[in-house]
Design a binder for this molecule. Structure first.
Ligand SMILES: Cc1cc2nc3c(=O)[nH]c(=O)nc-3n(C[C@H](O)[C@H](O)[C@H](O)COP(=O)(O)OP(=O)(O)OC[C@H]3O[C@@H](n4cnc5c(N)ncnc54)[C@H](O)[C@@H]3O)c2cc1C
Length: 490
Protein backbone atom coordinates (compact mmCIF):
# COMPACT_ATOMS: atom_id res chain seq x y z
CA UNK A 1 0.00 0.00 0.00
CA UNK A 2 1.46 3.39 -0.94
CA UNK A 3 -0.67 6.28 0.36
CA UNK A 4 -2.46 5.94 3.68
CA UNK A 5 -6.19 6.04 3.00
CA UNK A 6 -7.60 8.74 5.26
CA UNK A 7 -11.15 7.43 4.86
CA UNK A 8 -10.91 3.65 4.71
CA UNK A 9 -14.14 1.73 4.97
CA UNK A 10 -12.90 -0.18 8.00
CA UNK A 11 -10.04 0.39 10.43
CA UNK A 12 -8.95 -2.58 12.54
CA UNK A 13 -6.87 -1.78 15.62
CA UNK A 14 -4.66 -4.74 16.43
CA UNK A 15 -2.87 -7.24 14.18
CA UNK A 16 -3.25 -10.19 16.53
CA UNK A 17 -5.28 -13.28 15.60
CA UNK A 18 -8.64 -11.48 15.97
CA UNK A 19 -7.66 -8.40 13.97
CA UNK A 20 -5.86 -10.37 11.25
CA UNK A 21 -8.76 -12.80 10.81
CA UNK A 22 -11.28 -9.94 10.54
CA UNK A 23 -9.07 -7.98 8.14
CA UNK A 24 -8.43 -11.01 5.89
CA UNK A 25 -12.13 -11.75 5.57
CA UNK A 26 -12.96 -8.12 4.79
CA UNK A 27 -10.09 -7.51 2.39
CA UNK A 28 -10.68 -10.79 0.54
CA UNK A 29 -14.28 -9.59 0.03
CA UNK A 30 -13.14 -6.33 -1.53
CA UNK A 31 -13.53 -4.01 1.46
CA UNK A 32 -10.92 -1.29 1.93
CA UNK A 33 -9.57 -2.18 5.34
CA UNK A 34 -6.62 -0.68 7.19
CA UNK A 35 -5.00 -2.47 10.12
CA UNK A 36 -3.06 -0.44 12.69
CA UNK A 37 -0.77 -1.97 15.28
CA UNK A 38 1.96 -0.60 17.47
CA UNK A 39 4.09 -3.72 17.04
CA UNK A 40 6.64 -3.92 14.21
CA UNK A 41 5.11 -7.10 12.71
CA UNK A 42 1.75 -8.89 12.67
CA UNK A 43 1.00 -11.66 15.18
CA UNK A 44 -0.27 -10.00 18.36
CA UNK A 45 0.79 -11.39 21.71
CA UNK A 46 0.49 -15.05 20.88
CA UNK A 47 2.21 -15.08 17.46
CA UNK A 48 4.56 -12.18 18.17
CA UNK A 49 7.44 -12.07 15.61
CA UNK A 50 6.47 -15.45 14.20
CA UNK A 51 7.76 -14.55 10.70
CA UNK A 52 11.12 -13.38 12.06
CA UNK A 53 11.57 -16.46 14.23
CA UNK A 54 10.80 -18.74 11.25
CA UNK A 55 13.18 -16.85 8.98
CA UNK A 56 16.03 -15.97 11.32
CA UNK A 57 15.89 -18.19 14.42
CA UNK A 58 14.19 -21.44 13.37
CA UNK A 59 16.09 -23.21 16.16
CA UNK A 60 13.86 -21.33 18.68
CA UNK A 61 10.65 -22.77 17.25
CA UNK A 62 10.87 -26.01 19.20
CA UNK A 63 10.93 -24.14 22.53
CA UNK A 64 8.07 -21.83 21.53
CA UNK A 65 5.80 -24.80 20.82
CA UNK A 66 3.40 -26.02 18.17
CA UNK A 67 0.69 -23.45 18.93
CA UNK A 68 3.14 -20.65 18.14
CA UNK A 69 4.11 -22.17 14.81
CA UNK A 70 0.52 -22.30 13.50
CA UNK A 71 0.45 -18.49 13.60
CA UNK A 72 2.64 -18.28 10.51
CA UNK A 73 -0.18 -19.49 8.27
CA UNK A 74 -2.52 -16.73 9.47
CA UNK A 75 0.18 -14.08 9.17
CA UNK A 76 0.93 -15.20 5.59
CA UNK A 77 -2.79 -15.10 4.71
CA UNK A 78 -2.95 -11.60 6.22
CA UNK A 79 0.06 -10.41 4.19
CA UNK A 80 -1.57 -11.63 0.97
CA UNK A 81 -5.13 -10.56 1.80
CA UNK A 82 -4.87 -7.07 0.31
CA UNK A 83 -5.57 -5.43 3.69
CA UNK A 84 -3.65 -2.21 4.31
CA UNK A 85 -1.31 -2.57 7.26
CA UNK A 86 0.50 0.08 9.30
CA UNK A 87 2.89 -1.44 11.86
CA UNK A 88 4.54 0.69 14.60
CA UNK A 89 1.35 2.77 14.70
CA UNK A 90 -0.25 3.63 18.03
CA UNK A 91 -3.88 4.54 18.28
CA UNK A 92 -4.29 7.18 20.96
CA UNK A 93 -7.90 8.21 20.53
CA UNK A 94 -11.26 7.38 19.06
CA UNK A 95 -13.61 10.33 19.11
CA UNK A 96 -16.19 10.30 21.85
CA UNK A 97 -19.70 8.99 21.39
CA UNK A 98 -21.11 12.49 20.91
CA UNK A 99 -19.05 13.07 17.74
CA UNK A 100 -21.11 12.93 14.54
CA UNK A 101 -18.33 11.17 12.62
CA UNK A 102 -15.93 8.40 13.57
CA UNK A 103 -12.35 9.61 13.84
CA UNK A 104 -9.33 7.75 15.04
CA UNK A 105 -6.05 9.33 16.15
CA UNK A 106 -2.83 7.58 15.13
CA UNK A 107 0.85 8.12 15.82
CA UNK A 108 3.48 6.66 13.50
CA UNK A 109 7.19 7.56 13.39
CA UNK A 110 6.41 10.58 15.57
CA UNK A 111 3.70 11.91 13.22
CA UNK A 112 0.11 12.11 14.42
CA UNK A 113 -2.77 11.78 12.00
CA UNK A 114 -6.54 11.45 12.11
CA UNK A 115 -8.33 8.81 10.00
CA UNK A 116 -12.07 8.77 9.27
CA UNK A 117 -13.32 5.22 8.71
CA UNK A 118 -16.94 4.15 8.41
CA UNK A 119 -16.43 1.32 10.84
CA UNK A 120 -13.87 0.47 13.53
CA UNK A 121 -13.01 -3.00 14.78
CA UNK A 122 -11.11 -2.99 18.05
CA UNK A 123 -8.93 -6.10 18.36
CA UNK A 124 -6.63 -4.73 21.04
CA UNK A 125 -6.26 -8.03 22.90
CA UNK A 126 -5.29 -8.61 26.48
CA UNK A 127 -2.84 -7.35 29.06
CA UNK A 128 -1.49 -9.04 32.17
CA UNK A 129 -3.52 -8.50 35.32
CA UNK A 130 -1.51 -6.15 37.58
CA UNK A 131 0.07 -7.83 40.61
CA UNK A 132 0.89 -5.29 43.33
CA UNK A 133 2.84 -6.78 46.25
CA UNK A 134 5.67 -5.52 48.45
CA UNK A 135 8.80 -5.08 46.33
CA UNK A 136 7.18 -5.48 42.89
CA UNK A 137 8.78 -2.25 41.67
CA UNK A 138 12.36 -3.38 42.46
CA UNK A 139 14.72 -3.99 39.51
CA UNK A 140 14.79 -7.75 39.10
CA UNK A 141 11.02 -8.13 39.24
CA UNK A 142 9.10 -8.28 35.98
CA UNK A 143 6.11 -10.04 34.51
CA UNK A 144 6.10 -13.44 32.87
CA UNK A 145 4.51 -11.86 29.78
CA UNK A 146 7.37 -9.37 29.45
CA UNK A 147 9.93 -12.18 29.75
CA UNK A 148 8.07 -14.21 27.15
CA UNK A 149 7.98 -11.17 24.85
CA UNK A 150 11.80 -11.00 25.06
CA UNK A 151 11.98 -14.71 24.23
CA UNK A 152 9.77 -14.30 21.15
CA UNK A 153 11.26 -11.05 19.85
CA UNK A 154 14.95 -11.60 20.55
CA UNK A 155 15.44 -15.15 21.79
CA UNK A 156 16.45 -13.71 25.18
CA UNK A 157 16.56 -16.24 28.01
CA UNK A 158 17.08 -15.04 31.57
CA UNK A 159 20.24 -16.09 33.37
CA UNK A 160 21.01 -16.57 37.06
CA UNK A 161 18.57 -17.68 39.71
CA UNK A 162 15.01 -17.27 38.42
CA UNK A 163 11.82 -17.69 40.44
CA UNK A 164 8.32 -17.66 38.90
CA UNK A 165 5.36 -16.63 41.06
CA UNK A 166 1.61 -16.35 40.58
CA UNK A 167 -0.69 -18.50 38.53
CA UNK A 168 -2.38 -19.00 35.16
CA UNK A 169 -1.76 -20.92 31.92
CA UNK A 170 0.82 -18.40 30.65
CA UNK A 171 3.01 -18.97 33.72
CA UNK A 172 3.14 -22.71 33.07
CA UNK A 173 3.52 -22.23 29.31
CA UNK A 174 6.51 -19.93 29.83
CA UNK A 175 8.05 -22.25 32.44
CA UNK A 176 7.80 -25.13 29.95
CA UNK A 177 9.29 -22.90 27.21
CA UNK A 178 12.21 -22.07 29.54
CA UNK A 179 12.75 -25.77 30.24
CA UNK A 180 12.78 -26.43 26.49
CA UNK A 181 15.62 -23.90 26.14
CA UNK A 182 17.56 -25.77 28.83
CA UNK A 183 16.89 -23.14 31.53
CA UNK A 184 15.59 -24.39 34.84
CA UNK A 185 14.05 -21.87 37.27
CA UNK A 186 14.74 -22.37 40.98
CA UNK A 187 11.08 -22.61 41.93
CA UNK A 188 7.48 -21.84 41.05
CA UNK A 189 5.53 -20.13 43.83
CA UNK A 190 1.98 -20.98 42.80
CA UNK A 191 -0.61 -18.63 44.32
CA UNK A 192 -3.60 -20.61 43.01
CA UNK A 193 -6.13 -21.40 45.77
CA UNK A 194 -7.52 -24.92 46.37
CA UNK A 195 -9.50 -26.17 43.37
CA UNK A 196 -13.12 -25.08 43.80
CA UNK A 197 -16.22 -27.22 43.22
CA UNK A 198 -17.05 -24.90 40.32
CA UNK A 199 -13.71 -25.71 38.68
CA UNK A 200 -14.24 -29.44 39.16
CA UNK A 201 -17.77 -29.22 37.75
CA UNK A 202 -16.55 -27.40 34.64
CA UNK A 203 -13.64 -29.82 34.02
CA UNK A 204 -15.62 -32.57 32.29
CA UNK A 205 -17.48 -30.27 29.84
CA UNK A 206 -14.15 -28.61 29.01
CA UNK A 207 -12.49 -31.97 28.49
CA UNK A 208 -15.32 -33.11 26.23
CA UNK A 209 -15.25 -29.84 24.25
CA UNK A 210 -11.54 -29.18 23.92
CA UNK A 211 -9.60 -32.30 24.94
CA UNK A 212 -6.52 -31.32 22.92
CA UNK A 213 -6.05 -27.90 24.50
CA UNK A 214 -6.72 -29.19 28.00
CA UNK A 215 -4.30 -32.07 27.64
CA UNK A 216 -1.69 -29.72 26.21
CA UNK A 217 -2.03 -27.50 29.28
CA UNK A 218 -1.86 -30.47 31.62
CA UNK A 219 1.25 -31.57 29.71
CA UNK A 220 2.98 -28.24 30.45
CA UNK A 221 2.05 -28.49 34.12
CA UNK A 222 3.27 -32.08 34.36
CA UNK A 223 6.56 -31.29 32.62
CA UNK A 224 7.10 -28.28 34.87
CA UNK A 225 6.23 -30.14 38.08
CA UNK A 226 8.58 -32.93 37.07
CA UNK A 227 11.56 -30.57 36.73
CA UNK A 228 10.99 -27.50 38.92
CA UNK A 229 10.03 -27.43 42.61
CA UNK A 230 6.46 -26.06 42.77
CA UNK A 231 5.19 -24.62 46.07
CA UNK A 232 1.40 -24.45 46.30
CA UNK A 233 -1.05 -22.01 47.93
CA UNK A 234 1.67 -19.40 48.20
CA UNK A 235 0.81 -16.14 49.88
CA UNK A 236 2.61 -13.21 51.58
CA UNK A 237 4.91 -12.90 48.54
CA UNK A 238 7.60 -10.22 48.90
CA UNK A 239 10.56 -9.20 46.74
CA UNK A 240 13.41 -8.15 49.04
CA UNK A 241 16.50 -6.08 48.34
CA UNK A 242 17.86 -2.53 48.38
CA UNK A 243 19.00 -1.37 44.96
CA UNK A 244 17.59 -4.45 43.26
CA UNK A 245 15.94 -7.70 44.25
CA UNK A 246 18.14 -10.16 46.12
CA UNK A 247 15.62 -12.64 47.48
CA UNK A 248 11.95 -13.60 47.56
CA UNK A 249 10.04 -14.37 50.74
CA UNK A 250 6.68 -16.15 50.88
CA UNK A 251 4.46 -18.41 52.96
CA UNK A 252 3.34 -21.87 51.92
CA UNK A 253 1.65 -24.57 54.01
CA UNK A 254 1.80 -22.30 57.07
CA UNK A 255 5.61 -21.91 56.87
CA UNK A 256 7.65 -18.82 55.96
CA UNK A 257 10.42 -19.23 53.41
CA UNK A 258 13.05 -17.11 51.69
CA UNK A 259 14.77 -17.88 48.38
CA UNK A 260 17.82 -16.12 46.97
CA UNK A 261 17.12 -15.01 43.38
CA UNK A 262 18.15 -12.35 40.88
CA UNK A 263 14.95 -12.47 38.84
CA UNK A 264 11.33 -12.85 39.95
CA UNK A 265 8.78 -13.28 37.15
CA UNK A 266 5.19 -12.74 38.24
CA UNK A 267 1.91 -13.48 36.49
CA UNK A 268 -1.75 -13.59 37.52
CA UNK A 269 -3.66 -14.20 34.30
CA UNK A 270 -4.69 -11.81 31.56
CA UNK A 271 -7.55 -9.33 31.31
CA UNK A 272 -9.07 -7.40 28.38
CA UNK A 273 -7.11 -4.33 27.29
CA UNK A 274 -9.99 -1.87 27.46
CA UNK A 275 -8.28 1.52 27.34
CA UNK A 276 -9.18 2.43 23.78
CA UNK A 277 -12.72 1.09 24.13
CA UNK A 278 -13.18 3.12 27.31
CA UNK A 279 -11.74 6.24 25.67
CA UNK A 280 -14.28 5.74 22.86
CA UNK A 281 -17.09 5.90 25.42
CA UNK A 282 -18.10 2.26 25.03
CA UNK A 283 -20.03 0.94 28.03
CA UNK A 284 -18.22 -1.50 30.32
CA UNK A 285 -19.06 -3.51 33.42
CA UNK A 286 -17.00 -4.97 36.23
CA UNK A 287 -16.60 -8.75 36.04
CA UNK A 288 -16.43 -9.81 39.68
CA UNK A 289 -15.13 -13.30 38.90
CA UNK A 290 -12.25 -12.03 36.76
CA UNK A 291 -11.74 -8.88 38.85
CA UNK A 292 -11.55 -6.68 35.75
CA UNK A 293 -13.60 -4.38 33.55
CA UNK A 294 -14.96 -5.79 30.31
CA UNK A 295 -16.88 -4.09 27.50
CA UNK A 296 -20.61 -4.72 27.18
CA UNK A 297 -20.74 -6.84 24.05
CA UNK A 298 -23.87 -8.18 22.32
CA UNK A 299 -23.84 -10.85 19.65
CA UNK A 300 -20.56 -10.94 17.79
CA UNK A 301 -18.64 -7.92 18.99
CA UNK A 302 -21.45 -5.35 18.96
CA UNK A 303 -20.89 -2.55 21.48
CA UNK A 304 -22.86 0.42 22.77
CA UNK A 305 -21.44 2.37 19.78
CA UNK A 306 -23.02 1.32 16.52
CA UNK A 307 -19.95 1.65 14.31
CA UNK A 308 -17.37 0.25 16.72
CA UNK A 309 -17.10 -3.49 17.33
CA UNK A 310 -14.76 -5.37 19.66
CA UNK A 311 -13.42 -8.81 19.02
CA UNK A 312 -10.88 -11.22 20.52
CA UNK A 313 -9.41 -11.01 24.00
CA UNK A 314 -10.29 -7.31 24.15
CA UNK A 315 -13.94 -8.34 24.38
CA UNK A 316 -13.43 -11.26 26.80
CA UNK A 317 -10.48 -13.56 27.43
CA UNK A 318 -11.08 -16.60 25.25
CA UNK A 319 -7.75 -17.35 23.60
CA UNK A 320 -6.35 -17.19 20.10
CA UNK A 321 -8.61 -19.80 18.48
CA UNK A 322 -11.80 -18.03 19.55
CA UNK A 323 -10.22 -14.72 18.55
CA UNK A 324 -9.78 -16.02 14.98
CA UNK A 325 -13.29 -17.49 14.77
CA UNK A 326 -14.84 -14.33 16.17
CA UNK A 327 -12.74 -12.11 13.93
CA UNK A 328 -14.06 -13.92 10.88
CA UNK A 329 -17.66 -13.92 12.10
CA UNK A 330 -17.54 -10.25 12.96
CA UNK A 331 -16.07 -9.42 9.56
CA UNK A 332 -19.08 -11.10 7.92
CA UNK A 333 -21.42 -8.98 10.03
CA UNK A 334 -19.55 -5.80 9.12
CA UNK A 335 -19.65 -6.85 5.47
CA UNK A 336 -23.39 -7.16 5.75
CA UNK A 337 -23.62 -3.65 7.22
CA UNK A 338 -21.35 -2.09 4.62
CA UNK A 339 -23.04 -3.73 1.62
CA UNK A 340 -19.89 -3.76 -0.44
CA UNK A 341 -20.10 -2.88 -4.11
CA UNK A 342 -18.76 -6.36 -4.88
CA UNK A 343 -22.35 -7.61 -4.62
CA UNK A 344 -24.38 -9.59 -2.13
CA UNK A 345 -22.30 -10.88 0.72
CA UNK A 346 -21.93 -14.61 1.02
CA UNK A 347 -22.08 -15.32 4.74
CA UNK A 348 -20.16 -18.43 5.62
CA UNK A 349 -21.92 -20.62 8.15
CA UNK A 350 -21.11 -19.47 11.65
CA UNK A 351 -19.10 -21.86 13.74
CA UNK A 352 -21.18 -22.02 16.90
CA UNK A 353 -19.98 -25.48 17.90
CA UNK A 354 -16.31 -24.58 17.85
CA UNK A 355 -17.02 -21.36 19.74
CA UNK A 356 -19.12 -23.19 22.33
CA UNK A 357 -16.37 -25.75 22.88
CA UNK A 358 -13.77 -23.03 23.35
CA UNK A 359 -16.04 -21.25 25.82
CA UNK A 360 -16.37 -24.43 27.87
CA UNK A 361 -12.58 -24.59 28.07
CA UNK A 362 -12.39 -20.94 29.05
CA UNK A 363 -15.04 -21.40 31.74
CA UNK A 364 -12.92 -24.13 33.30
CA UNK A 365 -9.72 -22.04 33.07
CA UNK A 366 -11.44 -19.07 34.73
CA UNK A 367 -12.51 -21.25 37.64
CA UNK A 368 -9.28 -23.22 37.91
CA UNK A 369 -7.07 -20.08 37.79
CA UNK A 370 -9.10 -17.39 39.61
CA UNK A 371 -7.38 -14.03 40.21
CA UNK A 372 -5.09 -14.21 43.24
CA UNK A 373 -6.81 -12.50 46.17
CA UNK A 374 -3.41 -11.48 47.61
CA UNK A 375 -2.69 -9.34 44.51
CA UNK A 376 -6.19 -7.88 44.27
CA UNK A 377 -6.26 -6.11 47.63
CA UNK A 378 -2.75 -5.54 49.01
CA UNK A 379 -2.85 -6.16 52.78
CA UNK A 380 0.33 -4.22 53.48
CA UNK A 381 -0.42 -0.49 53.31
CA UNK A 382 3.14 0.26 52.21
CA UNK A 383 2.64 -1.68 48.96
CA UNK A 384 3.00 0.61 45.96
CA UNK A 385 -0.17 0.50 43.88
CA UNK A 386 0.48 3.19 41.26
CA UNK A 387 4.02 2.47 40.05
CA UNK A 388 4.34 5.65 37.99
CA UNK A 389 3.51 8.07 40.81
CA UNK A 390 4.58 5.75 43.67
CA UNK A 391 1.24 5.89 45.47
CA UNK A 392 0.73 3.21 48.10
CA UNK A 393 -2.29 1.14 49.07
CA UNK A 394 -2.28 3.01 52.39
CA UNK A 395 -2.61 6.39 50.67
CA UNK A 396 -5.58 5.15 48.62
CA UNK A 397 -7.21 3.67 51.74
CA UNK A 398 -6.64 6.95 53.56
CA UNK A 399 -8.33 9.13 50.94
CA UNK A 400 -11.18 6.60 50.68
CA UNK A 401 -11.65 6.76 54.47
CA UNK A 402 -11.73 10.57 54.23
CA UNK A 403 -14.73 10.29 51.90
CA UNK A 404 -13.18 10.06 48.43
CA UNK A 405 -16.00 8.65 46.31
CA UNK A 406 -14.11 6.98 43.48
CA UNK A 407 -10.91 6.57 41.48
CA UNK A 408 -11.23 9.89 39.63
CA UNK A 409 -11.35 11.82 42.87
CA UNK A 410 -8.48 9.69 44.23
CA UNK A 411 -6.53 10.70 41.13
CA UNK A 412 -7.08 14.36 41.92
CA UNK A 413 -6.07 13.88 45.57
CA UNK A 414 -3.03 11.62 45.11
CA UNK A 415 -2.01 11.69 41.39
CA UNK A 416 -2.58 7.93 41.20
CA UNK A 417 -3.08 6.88 37.56
CA UNK A 418 -1.53 10.08 36.18
CA UNK A 419 1.81 8.63 35.05
CA UNK A 420 2.93 7.39 31.64
CA UNK A 421 1.07 4.06 31.93
CA UNK A 422 -2.12 6.13 32.30
CA UNK A 423 -3.54 3.94 35.02
CA UNK A 424 -3.21 0.58 33.28
CA UNK A 425 -1.19 -0.84 36.19
CA UNK A 426 -3.30 0.54 39.03
CA UNK A 427 -6.88 1.13 37.84
CA UNK A 428 -8.38 -2.14 39.05
CA UNK A 429 -6.51 -2.05 42.38
CA UNK A 430 -7.47 1.57 43.14
CA UNK A 431 -11.16 0.87 42.43
CA UNK A 432 -11.08 -2.30 44.54
CA UNK A 433 -9.33 -0.57 47.47
CA UNK A 434 -11.87 2.26 47.48
CA UNK A 435 -14.73 -0.26 47.24
CA UNK A 436 -13.27 -2.19 50.19
CA UNK A 437 -13.00 0.89 52.42
CA UNK A 438 -16.42 2.22 51.45
CA UNK A 439 -18.11 -1.18 51.62
CA UNK A 440 -19.47 -0.85 48.08
CA UNK A 441 -19.40 -3.06 44.98
CA UNK A 442 -16.54 -2.13 42.63
CA UNK A 443 -19.07 -1.45 39.88
CA UNK A 444 -20.54 1.32 42.00
CA UNK A 445 -17.15 2.87 42.74
CA UNK A 446 -16.33 2.93 39.02
CA UNK A 447 -13.20 3.18 36.89
CA UNK A 448 -10.83 6.00 35.97
CA UNK A 449 -12.38 8.15 33.28
CA UNK A 450 -10.18 7.32 30.30
CA UNK A 451 -9.51 10.30 28.13
CA UNK A 452 -7.40 10.62 25.01
CA UNK A 453 -4.58 10.51 24.37
CA UNK A 454 -4.31 6.97 25.73
CA UNK A 455 -0.71 6.81 24.50
CA UNK A 456 1.86 9.55 25.23
CA UNK A 457 1.62 12.33 22.65
CA UNK A 458 3.51 15.63 22.59
CA UNK A 459 1.99 19.05 22.02
CA UNK A 460 4.17 19.36 18.91
CA UNK A 461 2.77 16.12 17.50
CA UNK A 462 -0.74 17.36 18.20
CA UNK A 463 -0.07 20.67 16.45
CA UNK A 464 1.37 18.96 13.38
CA UNK A 465 -1.51 16.52 13.33
CA UNK A 466 -4.05 19.23 12.66
CA UNK A 467 -2.11 20.21 9.52
CA UNK A 468 -1.98 16.57 8.42
CA UNK A 469 -5.74 16.34 8.94
CA UNK A 470 -6.43 19.46 6.84
CA UNK A 471 -4.06 18.36 4.09
CA UNK A 472 -5.75 15.01 3.86
CA UNK A 473 -9.18 16.56 3.55
CA UNK A 474 -10.45 16.00 7.07
CA UNK A 475 -13.79 17.62 7.81
CA UNK A 476 -13.43 20.92 9.62
CA UNK A 477 -13.70 20.51 13.35
CA UNK A 478 -13.42 16.73 13.40
CA UNK A 479 -10.23 15.68 15.14
CA UNK A 480 -8.96 19.23 15.54
CA UNK A 481 -6.83 20.21 18.51
CA UNK A 482 -9.79 22.00 20.03
CA UNK A 483 -11.75 18.74 20.06
CA UNK A 484 -8.94 16.88 21.78
CA UNK A 485 -8.56 19.26 24.69
CA UNK A 486 -11.79 18.82 26.59
CA UNK A 487 -12.22 21.18 29.56
CA UNK A 488 -11.43 18.45 32.07
CA UNK A 489 -8.04 17.82 30.49
CA UNK A 490 -6.79 21.35 30.71
C1 LIG B 1 1.87 -10.74 27.46
C2 LIG B 1 0.96 -11.79 26.90
C3 LIG B 1 1.50 -12.93 26.33
C4 LIG B 1 0.66 -13.93 25.82
N1 LIG B 1 1.23 -15.06 25.30
C5 LIG B 1 0.43 -16.04 24.85
C6 LIG B 1 0.97 -17.26 24.34
O1 LIG B 1 2.18 -17.43 24.28
N2 LIG B 1 0.11 -18.24 23.93
C7 LIG B 1 -1.24 -18.07 23.98
O2 LIG B 1 -1.98 -18.97 23.61
N3 LIG B 1 -1.79 -16.93 24.45
C8 LIG B 1 -0.99 -15.92 24.89
N4 LIG B 1 -1.54 -14.77 25.38
C9 LIG B 1 -2.99 -14.62 25.34
C10 LIG B 1 -3.23 -14.05 23.95
O3 LIG B 1 -3.08 -12.67 23.96
C11 LIG B 1 -4.41 -14.38 23.20
O4 LIG B 1 -5.34 -15.21 23.62
C12 LIG B 1 -4.50 -13.94 21.76
O5 LIG B 1 -3.30 -13.41 21.30
C13 LIG B 1 -5.59 -12.92 21.67
O6 LIG B 1 -5.63 -12.45 20.37
P1 LIG B 1 -6.19 -11.00 20.05
O7 LIG B 1 -6.13 -10.86 18.58
O8 LIG B 1 -7.48 -10.78 20.72
O9 LIG B 1 -5.15 -9.98 20.74
P2 LIG B 1 -3.59 -9.84 20.70
O10 LIG B 1 -2.92 -11.00 20.13
O11 LIG B 1 -3.19 -9.40 22.06
O12 LIG B 1 -3.35 -8.62 19.69
C14 LIG B 1 -3.71 -7.30 20.05
C15 LIG B 1 -2.88 -6.34 19.23
O13 LIG B 1 -3.41 -5.03 19.41
C16 LIG B 1 -2.34 -4.12 19.43
N5 LIG B 1 -2.78 -2.92 20.14
C17 LIG B 1 -3.36 -2.85 21.37
N6 LIG B 1 -3.64 -1.57 21.68
C18 LIG B 1 -3.21 -0.82 20.63
C19 LIG B 1 -3.23 0.58 20.37
N7 LIG B 1 -3.75 1.49 21.22
N8 LIG B 1 -2.69 1.02 19.21
C20 LIG B 1 -2.17 0.11 18.29
N9 LIG B 1 -2.15 -1.22 18.50
C21 LIG B 1 -2.67 -1.67 19.65
C22 LIG B 1 -1.21 -4.86 20.12
O14 LIG B 1 0.05 -4.33 19.76
C23 LIG B 1 -1.42 -6.29 19.66
O15 LIG B 1 -0.58 -6.63 18.58
C24 LIG B 1 -0.74 -13.76 25.88
C25 LIG B 1 -1.27 -12.60 26.44
C26 LIG B 1 -0.44 -11.61 26.94
C27 LIG B 1 -1.04 -10.37 27.55
Amino acid sequence: MNAIPVRPEVVVVGAGPAGMAAACTLAESGVEVLVLDEQPAPGGQVYREVEKVHAERPEDLAALGTQYRVGLELVRRFRHSGAGYLPRTSVWEITAASEPELAIGTLRDGAAQMLYPRHIILATGAMERPTPFPGWTLPGVMTVGAAQTLLKTSGLIPAGRIVLAGTGPLLYLYASQLLATGTRPEAILDTRPATSMGALASLLPALAGQPGALLRGLGWMRAVRGSIPVFSRVTALKALGDECMASVSYESAGQSHELKAELLLVHDGVIPNTWLAMAAGIQHHFDQRQACWVPDVRGVGRTSRESIAIVGDGAAIQGAEVAILQGERLAHEVLGQLRTPAGPVQLTPAEPTALRQQRLLQRFLERYFPPTAYFQLPLDDSTIVCRCEEITAGEIRKVAALGCVGPNQAKAFTRCGMGPCMGRKCAATVSQLIAQVRGLPVAEVGHYRIRPPIRPLTVGQLADMSIAGEESGAPSGAGSIVDLLTPGDQ
